[in-house]
Design a protein around this ligand. Structure first.
Ligand SMILES: [Zn+2]
Length: 218
């Protein structure tokens, strides 16, 4: 089961990834985490990535693709993986495709998490982060015991500039623009599985698993 999860900021990719990890016993591969880990470990790819990061440049797709290639060769990914945070653009999706093809494997499905804009806005604007330990809260869904104060370390909770309404509108617009061609690409390949992710959590999970069970049987 080789899955890509697509979804807007605030759509719940992290939450659903961890559910899929449990359900299918496959690892979640986050390119952001892998980059940081490889830089820290000083691997050849990590050192390459660091050169770009030092200059304040984006790490090229080719380096990220090689990181993914190395990662999916590891034993725990033999049954599959969930790719999180990559691809974000059409060229990235195309390079990923080529790389997988060269390993003689292919994607099983691309899950598109569908959540209405009103809910995304509410979730994102409600997010609060602790200035001390970085713990995250939500004024609607994950309130601290005392308003504006971190449960874990007692420091002040703040709203990141990223989570201000104007910035969020912009983040969502950028996401739409970048991923629209990606979605079309996977749709044409017959891999796209839109899953409506609003409503009761257990119902959402039911729909998510159902979308993938159909894939598993093919
Ligand atoms: Zn804290």
């Amino acid at each position: 089961m080789r899955i890509i999860l697509l979804g807007e900021p605030g759509a719940g990719k992290g939450t659903y990834s961890s559910e899929l990890v449990k359900k299918f016993c496959i690892p979640q591969i986050s390119t952001g985490d892998m980059l940081r880990a490889s830089v820290k470990a000083g691997t050849p790819l990590g050192r390459q990535a660091q050169e770009f990061m030092k200059k304040g440049e984006l790490v090229p797709d080719s380096v990220v693709i090689e990181l993914i290639r190395e990662r999916i060769k590891e034993g725990d990914a033999a049954k599959g993986f969930i790719l999180d945070g990559f691809p974000r653009t059409l060229p990235q999706a195309q390079s990923l495709d080529k790389m997988l093809l060269s390993m003689d494997i292919s994607l099983s499905a691309v899950i598109k998490i569908e959540v209405g804009k009103a809910i995304l806005l509410k979730r994102l604007t409600g997010r609060r982060v602790c200035k001390g330990c970085g713990a995250t809260y939500n004024v609607d869904t994950m309130k601290p015991k005392k308003e504006g104060v971190c449960d874990k370390c007692g420091k002040e909770l703040v709203q990141r500039p990223d989570d201000m309404p104007q910035t969020i509108e912009n983040r969502l617009a950028v996401y739409q623009k970048d991923t629209a061609p990606l979605i079309e690409f996977y749709e044409k390949k017959g891999l796209l599985r839109p899953v409506q992710c609003e409503g009761e959590y257990k119902d959402v999970l039911g729909r998510l698993f159902a979308a993938l069970e159909k894939v598993a049987k093919v």
